[in-house]
Write a protein of this length. Sequence first.
Length: 294
Amino acid sequence: MNKIDMRDLVPYRTAVFDNSRWQNFQPRPDDVFICTPAKCGTTWTQTIVANLIRPDGDFPMPIMQLSPWIEAVFNPEPDMMLNLENQKLRRVIKSHTPADGIPWFPESKYIFVARDGRDAFMSLCNHMERMKMLDLLNEAAAATGVPKMPAYDGDPHAFFDQWLQEDDNFFNIVATYWKHQKQENMLLVHYNDLKKDLGQETRRIADFLDIALTNQQFEAVIERCTFDYMRDHPEMVGDFDMGFEGGIKGFIFKGTNGRWREVLTEKELKRYQLKAEKLLSPEAMNWLECGRIA
């Protein structure tokens, strides 16, 4: 199969990810792509989809290896591509790139997962505070002329300003995927809906992926996809000890919404609103804040 023509894609590159790594990807018709802004339920959705594909819970490797982040510069590319090539069952691939920076295959399925940006921001603060490898990634980025990732020094207000100003920011990612919302091969999933009714949303995902399970299988899948189960079973999800303080319990942190209400100021919330209104339609903004069920 021919390489993906990167001239069709908008280039995106940071100290952490580089979408030029798609050029060596060889797609399969039944691939599933989980696409999200950071800290919106990516790992949760990967775990759900991986369990739907393997409802007996028999994983040949942790889900974070089984379902790799294809653009991540810290994942050795040859090993990752070989891992994907050797997988016998349906593959699940993660992306944090805007929709105009990834290839779209008509027979594959795309799941776009998002969350209220203010909640995603609060989760990102914890993520950046606990991330161990940021200095190394920034050193490598500086050596190749790529801008450094901003560090989090414990000041959420300064970090919020940086977060809002990023060119490939949260809102840009949401806006690019919202343009694809009516495609038959894309499903919108909201973090709030997963929190409110994990069973119902997991069935939506299963139906979208044409996966049929027995009631017993489905109940087992739901049990393995709860926050508590994921946090208590790093052997299923992945080993985060090298990358994050606190390991998996530092990476899959509180999972709660609304913490921004006690942190962000009225002026900051106004800037957030103006940024959202600039890039998103009222319909997209309502979905982003409330989800589908609400």
